[in-house]
Ligand binder design. Structure first.
Ligand code: HEM
Length: 508
């Protein structure tokens, strides 16, 4: 009897201690507002087929700092410039890792890459290598001629289309991929031939787009770990298959490179291979073959479709707004003339073109929910409790259409970025939180300077070198501007166009 009483008393004391502990450790602030979650699945069903749209709509009810529960994971969503600044500037250090996810595990070599590496010394080393060898002002200038050459190829291909219509996305993708691959691995990955197409280019683009689509799926296993092994949406199986295709492609590139060691290479892969056995600054980490492949994979996936699809949106907007296309052409004609193509050195002298590109990044940010971050520790933002381990989504797309920040937010109006305009001083490089297509803070896009140059140069070259009309006599007002969703913002309908050369023949 006395043992039973002792047991009961111990249990009651344990419950009391637990209650007191919960009371003491309970956050003194509430979670941000948000829709009521369902048991187990939480708010997953509310994300719908296009999550950045669904989340923007929910923010209209619950406000710009919102809490959701996706399966067993706390998710906070930032949908205004001031909330984004809190996370990515004031509390940036706390949100500098990315949450665990199947894409990092099954595609990105189990987190051995740069995009998903946990914030720490290895991430810092990978980031430093890529900034020095690929994205520094010096590296960008050194490889300027390669980008220029790829632009010239693109214009020749478009010229050779004659009266046929062309799928612009496809050619733009060949151009951005080759421009990048020449810097990274010292050669083109695609032949573009006179007809302008390499069947492998289609396959490669489809692989990159598939990465983005798969990475954009809210995979149930990421949010309900107990169900991961069931792979209910089949996402993990597709990721493994895709990884295998990429790995074969990347392994063959590295093997080829090693095989012609005697040739002098001046590309990032040679540098990476030469760094393989050198300890990094902390003296602990060495670059392995897998890390090299993971880094190449990051660059090819993060750096090609983002730039080419943004340019496709820019040209679509210019076709829809012929007066603006004429104004871009007039500006470039005045600076460059009609006897040569635009170069990167002309870009600083083209303010209207730059405003067109900024406005494109505002309305069509290529990564509409940016890339997720994770709270390392719990913290308080605007009086709300943000739990440790919460996933942060920044709705870049909704922020740059926020009517509190932008007049006529759905209108394409480049003038807003010109002197005298409402946002004359605003730039897209991560300091002005009302338009952050490249994210912001420590984990801002590593390739931002290259991405910006590519989109500006491509848009300028295409607008200057050609007049444009839509295939099958489609009127410009009728152009379908719907979005298809992956992790990146693709056009639902590809842009099929007729380019008509407008420069003197020697320019092409
Ligand atoms: C239109 C062009 C591009 C856009 C809009 C874009 C957008 C983004 C965004 C939103 C992020 C996440 C930032 C964050 O977490 O705050 C990101 C990360 C990243 N981007 Fe880009 N990107 C572009 C071009 C490129 C290019 C050309 C490359 C490389 C060749 C690149 C490589 C990366 C890498 C490596 C990361 C991960 C950085 C890290 O986790 O430390 N991106 N990008």
């Amino acid at each position: 009897m006395s043992t039973l009483l002792l047991g009961l008393a111990t249990s009651m004391v344990a419950i009391l201690i637990y209650r007191v502990f919960k009371l003491v450790t309970r956050p003194s602030h509430p979670l941000p507002p948000g829709p009521r979650p369902w048991p187990i699945i939480g708010n997953l069903p509310q994300l719908g087929p296009v999550p950045h749209h669904a989340l923007a709509k929910l923010a209209q009810t619950y406000g710009p700092l919102m809490h959701l529960r996706l399966g067993f994971v706390d998710v906070v969503v930032a949908a205004s410039a001031s909330v984004a600044a809190q996370f990515l500037k004031v509390h940036d250090a706390n949100f500098s890792s990315r949450p665990p996810n199947a894409g990092a595990k099954y595609i990105a070599y189990n987190y051995q890459d740069l995009v998903f590496a946990p914030y720490g010394p290895r991430w810092r080393m990978l980031r430093k290598i890529s900034s020095v060898h690929l994205f520094s002002g010096k590296a960008l200038d050194e490889f300027r001629h390669l980008r220029q050459e790829e632009m010239a190829r693109l214009t020749r291909n478009l010229t050779s289309a004659g009266s046929n219509s062309v799928n612009l996305a496809q050619l733009l993708n060949v151009c951005t991929t080759n421009a990048l691959s020449r810097v990274m691995i010292g050669r083109r990955v695609f032949n573009d031939g006179s007809a302008g197409c390499d069947p492998r280019a289609d396959e490669f683009k489809s692989m990159v787009v598939e990465v983005m689509v798969l990475a954009g799926v809210f995979n149930i296993g990421d949010f309900i770990p107990a169900l991961e092994f069931l792979d209910l949406q089949g996402v993990q199986a597709k990721m493994k298959k895709l990884h295998k295709r990429f790995d074969e492609f990347l392994t063959s590139i590295i093997e080829e490179h090693k095989a012609c060691k005697s040739e002098k290479h001046n590309d990032m892969l040679s540098t990476l291979l030469s760094l393989k056995d050198v300890p990094d600054d902390e003296g602990t980490t060495r670059l392995t073959d897998t890390e090299i492949k993971a880094l190449l994979l990051n660059m090819f996936t993060a750096g090609t479709d983002t730039s080419s699809s943004t340019t496709e949106w820019a040209i679509a907007e210019l076709i829809r707004h012929p007066r603006m296309l004429a104004q871009v052409q007039q500006e470039i004609d005045a600076v460059v003339g009609r006897d040569r193509l635009v170069t990167e050195l002309d870009l600083p002298n083209l303010p209207y073109l730059q405003a067109v590109v900024k406005e494109t990044f505002r309305l069509h940010p290529s990564t509409p929910l940016s890339l997720p971050r994770m709270a390392d520790k719990s913290c308080e933002i605007f009086g709300y409790h943000i739990p440790k381990g919460a996933t942060l989504l920044v709705n870049v797309w909704a922020i740059s259409r926020d009517p509190k920040e932008w007049s006529d937010p759905l209108e394409f109006k480049p003038e807003r970025f010109l002197p005298g305009g409402e946002k004359a001083e605003v730039d897209v490089r991560g300091n002005d939180f009302e338009v952050i297509p490249f994210g912001a803070g420590r984990r801002i896009c590593a390739g931002m300077s290259l991405g910006l140059r590519m989109v500006q140069l491509l848009t300028a070259t295409l607008a200057h070198a050609f007049d444009w009309s839509l295939a099958d006599g489609l009127q410009h007002e009728k152009l379908n501007m719907d979005e298809a969703y992956g992790l990146t913002l693709q056009r639902a309908a590809p842009l099929i166009v007729h380019p008509r050369p407008r420069l003197s023949p020697q320019a092409y």
